[in-house]
Design a protein around this ligand. Structure first.
Ligand code: IPD
Length: 267
């Protein structure tokens, strides 16, 4: 295992242990962000500060891009992309499905052009560790994982997520409703990082979402890719990011069905 993956796993694990420990105490909202339902807790900030400090100790020249603190471009060409708690609303409600997501990328901070080198997602409540390194495959708790091989889109289980802006969520819900008759069923976990890991492990056949942030999917996308998924990360004209990840067997049909369902209103 490379030094980068080793560090990604160790800081993600340490962050997840801290988050899970804090979940045994009362959790309160520290602030709201893009909308009144887009919250940050003190624990998000504490976990990010811990991970940031650990990475700075181990690799002082690397850049950092995290959900809850300022970005730093660094001097080595490598950037750590961190979501301290992906699934913050689950965490707030005590739903045992929230993740620490840590990736290291090269080539800048634009996810449509960077190259992800390694990533780790820890499901903090269960302790499951999903990890991947470029060209080396993906693992769950150290055991190799791979995507499913669904017979058709109509028998595929999909996962998706919804944004914090009410108008966007209404569009997302309408698109999901149009896709539903064309698939087996739909799940909404509340964490993009876990959604992508579920695709990687074959617990879902595909995932799509618009309006996600790079820290939500940086680690999950390389894990899905290394598990054999077809992954597409693109930006709409407005800059809004779109992610699709699926078993290769349904990738073309899913892309066409999402277009037909109006999943990307900007075109
Ligand atoms: C959110 C989760 C959710 C997705 C949202 C994200 P957060 O991230 O990944 O599943 O649907 O788009 O913003 O706020 O919990 O870090």
């Amino acid at each position: 295992m490379s030094e980068l993956l080793d560090l990604a796993i160790s800081v993600a694990r340490e962050g997840a242990e801290l988050a899970a420990r804090r979940r045994t105490e009362p959790v309160t909202i520290a602030a709201t962000k893009s909308s009144p339902v887009d919250v940050v807790t003190a624990v998000d900030r504490e976990v990010e500060a811990l991970i940031r400090a650990r990475i700075a100790e181990a690799r002082p020249g690397d850049g950092f891009l995290g959900e809850e603190s300022y970005a730093d471009s660094g001097s080595t060409g490598l950037t750590w992309v961190v979501d301290p708690i992906d699934g913050t609303v689950n965490f707030l409600y005590g739903l045992p499905l929230y993740a620490v997501s840590v990736a290291v990328v090269e080539g800048g901070t634009d996810p449509t052009s960077w190259t992800a080198l390694a990533g780790c997602v820890v499901n903090a409540a269960s302790g499951e560790v999903y990890a991947a390194e470029r060209g080396q495959g993906a693992t769950l708790d150290g055991t190799p994982i791979s995507v499913s091989d669904p017979a058709s889109l109509s028998t595929s289980l999909m996962v998706t997520g919804f944004g914090y802006d009410a108008a966007v969520r209404a569009e997302q819900g309408a698109a999901a409703a149009r896709l539903l008759p064309r698939i087996r069923d739909l799940r909404r976990s509340g964490t993009c990082a876990i959604d992508l890991c579920w695709v990687a492990a074959g617990h879902a056949d595909g995932y799509w979402e618009r309006g996600v942030h790079s820290w939500d999917f940086a680690a999950g996308a390389i894990i899905a890719q290394e598990a054999g998924a077809t992954v597409s990360i693109t930006a709409a004209p407005s800059g809004e990011l779109r992610v699709i990840a699926s078993a290769p067997a349904i990738a073309d049909d899913l892309a066409a069905a999402l277009d037909a369902a109006g999943a990307w209103p900007e075109g």
